[in-house]
Write a protein that binds this ligand. Sequence first.
Ligand code: NAP
Length: 270
Amino acid sequence: MTTPYAEVIGDPIGHSKSPLIHKFWLEKCGIAGDYRASHVRPDDLPDFIAQRRNDPDWRGCNVTIPHKIAVMDLVDDPGDVRGTIGAMNTVLRDPQSNLTGTNTDAAGFYAPLSTLDLTGASVAVVGTGGAARAVLFALGKANVGDMCIVARSPLKGAALLAQFGLRGAVQGLDASLPPVRLLVNATSLGMVGQAPYAPDLSPLPDGAVVYDLVYAPLETPLLAAAHDNGFDTIDGLEMLIGQAAFAFELFFGKAAPREHDDELRALLTA
Ligand code: NAP
């Protein structure tokens, strides 16, 4: 009997938490499947995907740095990923060996916000990298109001506003924040070993939500300051688990058992 499996590919790959998450869910669901981490160097990516395409046990893979752009050329159906988020984080194989690509980051980011009505709400997003693109794509779909992109490169910020059809402004990291309902840090600032992102939060109104995509540490200096100021917070594990949940269902045909999130979060932060 064969064992269906999926995996995460990247270079490096040892740091990935995806195997822990997917194996946890496979066990909870009683699925006799596997989820691996595979180290794939950029030069090896085309051959790797060609080999996996012919493996009937392979359900697909998650894709991380540095392959999220190159892999778009290696699937049969990249959907609208190239023209929207511009990066692919999931590849799926169907029984006829066709490969489809998608990106679950935007849905994973948005899931913890789905109970809020953000229609017309003002939002600030810090950063202009890959994660920021998924965030802006999701927020564009949520019909938010004025968008402020906070970035060290104003040109990159202005280009993203235009690309995602968002109304708003761009400002530098040192400028005072506007009074936004939602503040999202989508930079690597605040990660272990990086400088903190520590803006003055006093312009934010009561009831504002502060969302940090960084998950190591779980409580970043930004989230600690938000707690101190009485704001609601969302940490980076919410998006990490959320994007994995969408991929898990695509790979294994069963919804991720999110009722075990507390246990999973404890495992991920042990
Ligand atoms: P990326 O594409 O490399 O982008 C990094 C962003 O951070 C860029 O906008 C960059 O600015 C900015 N940045 C880096 N150092 C900075 C500094 N010293 N000052 C100001 N801005 C700085 O990386 P990414 O994939 O977007 O990831 C960004 C963060 O989100 C990482 O911490 C990552 O772990 C996290 N993330 C979390 C999840 C999740 O599931 N929770 C998912 C994806 C990413 P420039 O554009 O000017 O270079």
